[in-house]
Design a protein around this ligand. Sequence first.
Ligand code: NAD
Ligand code: TDX
Length: 338
Amino acid sequence: MKLLITGGAGFIGSNFIRYWLNKYPLDTIVNLDALTYAGNLENLKEIEENKNYKFIKGDICDADLVNKLVKGIDLIAHFAAETHVDRSVMGSSDFVRTNIKGTMVLLDAAKNNDNIRFHHVSTDEVFGSLDSNDSAFNERTPYAPRNPYSASKAASDHLVRAYFHTHKLPITISNCSNNFGPYQFPEKFFPLFITNLIEGKKVPVYGEGKNIRDWIYVDDHNAGVDAIIKKGKIGETYCLGGETELQNIDITKKILELMGKSGEMIEYVKDRPGHDFRYAMDITKAKNELGWEPEVSFEDGLKKTIEWYKNNEEWWRNIKSGKYQDYYKKQYSHELKK
Ligand code: NAD
Ligand code: TDX
């Protein structure tokens, strides 16, 4: 199979490419990524020489480029997005552009080229926010996004389904809960907290730290996407999650404990505006129809993740200092001059 992966230089996409080439070494992957602040080719260093892998620096909103790249492709797995909720609070435009327009450009290219199979990677945030006693989200939960990031992802999901109904494009969608693991950009909760503690800095807990997320180790998410690609029914949506609901403050205390730090390292800071209280996923459909379920326990995943950040200080220190982008300036200077 020949796959076009979008956003493969980011956190989940780079883990997906490694996972896929490891499991299906005869498949070919083209990775289209704009290398925004969140994209980092260091994430894929060990496979850059693989003859079945090719990187293209480009924007998913560039219809000419996308139309060229989809020729001969069997499947698009669409990971590219603006993903950080706090950034979407500061400004929506990149989110609307990449997440909505970019998805539309990819859908059009797929539709106009022999109805290429299209898998869209989405999030549990499109369903909104749960109270403590509400049932977990499932595939029939009405959409109720509450921040510009989730609103833009919700719009992209609707577009993907619209192309299935209107143009018979063979699509599938996954809505997954919060991921953690190696190569996550250190603006997100886990890598920010772990790297701050290695640096001897405090960790900023929003509000009282009572908000709840359902955490899944990144490889389990990618195994779920794999299961949908191989066994999912065309036109269907699958909810994926780790079945591990935890309050932010409890995770913070666990990270402090595993890293041998005291509660004095916690700094309670101003809450995120419109901070969704709780996300939780009911993954019964994926379990029953795909035979998929998460395999990595939260405790094991957290230990592996902390170890990874301890063993890869150069990777995240280059990001925190901004040095990682110097590489692209050299490598792609001809394009940046345009
Ligand atoms: P990320 O921010 O780490 O990576 C996003 C990647 O997309 C980067 O490499 C970036 O350069 C690229 N990109 C951004 N705009 C682009 C554009 N216009 N053209 C081409 N490339 C572009 O994101 P992530 O956490 O790996 O998330 C990947 C996908 O999974 C997203 O669609 C996100 O909504 C979804 N998701 C994430 C989580 C999570 O917890 N991180 C959970 C559920 C779903
Ligand atoms: O410094 C922080 N302090 C803090 O208390 C940060 C960065 C986060 N938090 C809290 C906010 C959330 O309740 O931790 C929780 C997790 O925050 P994020 O890592 O920013 O994730 P979240 O907002 O839940 O969204 C994530 O999961 C769904 C991803 O960023 C999305 O891309 C994905 O779709």
